[in-house]
Design a protein around this ligand. Sequence first.
Ligand SMILES: *Cc1c(COP(=O)(O)O)cnc(C)c1O
Length: 483
Amino acid sequence: MSKEYVSTRDPDQERHSYDESLIQGLAPDGGLFVPSSIPRLSEGQIKTLLGLPYTQMFAGVKELFSYHDTKILEEISRRAYDLNRFPHQSDGVVTPLRPVGNTGISIQHLSFGPTAAFKDMALQPFGQEISRVLAERGDTLDILGATSGDTGSAAEAAVKGLERVRIAMLSPLSGMSKFQRAQMGVLSGGNVLNISLKGNFDDAQRIVKELKGQPEFADLGAVNSINWARISSQIAYYFSGYAQVLQQSNLKFGDKIDFVIPSGNFGNILAGYYARAMGLPIRNLVAATNENDVLHKLIQYGEYKKVESSVTDSPSMDIAEASNVERVYYDLAGGDPTLVAEAMRQYLESGVMDLGYLGVVKSAMRTVAGLNSFRTSKADREQAMRITKDSGAGFIDPHTAAGMAVAYKLVAQSDDETPVVVLETALPVKFEDRIQEVHGEIPDRDPRFKGIDEKDMKDQFVVVKPSVEAVAEVLRDNWERAA
Ligand SMILES: *Cc1c(COP(=O)(O)O)cnc(C)c1O
């Protein structure tokens, strides 16, 4: 039943509700929540979804995964994707698809939300959902997170002003761009608390983890990308992408298309993996990585080695650990949680995950899970930024550029005319320094973002040294939590 959830590591496969997975994020045994089965839609059901405006399409997908009724889901979706938050929408399309010259490639724009990154697509409804569940339970939630960039502002924008939720974000004092800092800074106050660490992102993550291990802070919530609520919200835009390809080409329903997804934590592409499992006609799902290519190696060679990530021009893809792949491991293991738990134990112990632990061949990510991947270099991305602009499709950011670089490669190698959709993951405005470097100019800013990094943000951040006790003090002071 797709409305009940189990942990990828629980041998008893105890059932949990959607709301439990929403609030807990991670399962109690450290595994990830997955639906106990993925709904397989009929052709008629898919066609109906494809004909709906985005907010209803979203509700139609979510309805398959939770017991909330359609009216409530539509309300959540209308609020999450309203005109104030997504001002570029028209005719019921929130994630418009635009062709890149006559290359056969289109870009699906997912970044028109309040913080200019696709994370808004999942976090905006997350804020609405969590506040609704808390109200039903008469409960409140304090969230503590760590960010090195996009997640911080997207999460804060999602819960800003909500009554039952407070959020504190730890970020490194240096390392984030001025624009990213400003995006968070303007949200400070009310239920949003920004804490700046005289340290780096690893310090921030370590402190969050240690604090949550203490009884006093054990009840703190998280908003990370493994949350099923986020993944399931992302499935809808694959349906919208497919619907728009049908409108813009001479394809007929049932013809397959390819998606290329700039990938880091494997959340975005995983939503496509489920959309296809539900019956959406997708042929290839291709992950585009940057130099931090652990995912690429896993997909190509069947081995995942935990490594230190390095800093690139596409920082939101600089990840060392793509936690969401565990959901694919679960499928590869034939839904056997004992096998997954044992494989993850070996991985945590040795730092190496071998698909052999799951009893499958090294090529299984491709041959069984149906995924593919390419790694891109800085030069590849730079070239893609240039070609895309020259073809009249305008400026793209370095993350979307990884996807475009891969799409150009795919189209050149392909012997058919299957349309390729590249998911845009951020707007150029977030990475103006790099855009300036590549093109010698930057595009006009959307009025929403004009001048925000010129304001003095000093007072918007509480600056502390990177220690658990220092952060605990700030939380106690600001949240009046009992010591
Ligand atoms: C988060 C992010 C990604 C990576 O997405 P995953 O779901 O973690 O794979 C890519 N690009 C941008 C701009 C992001 O913010």
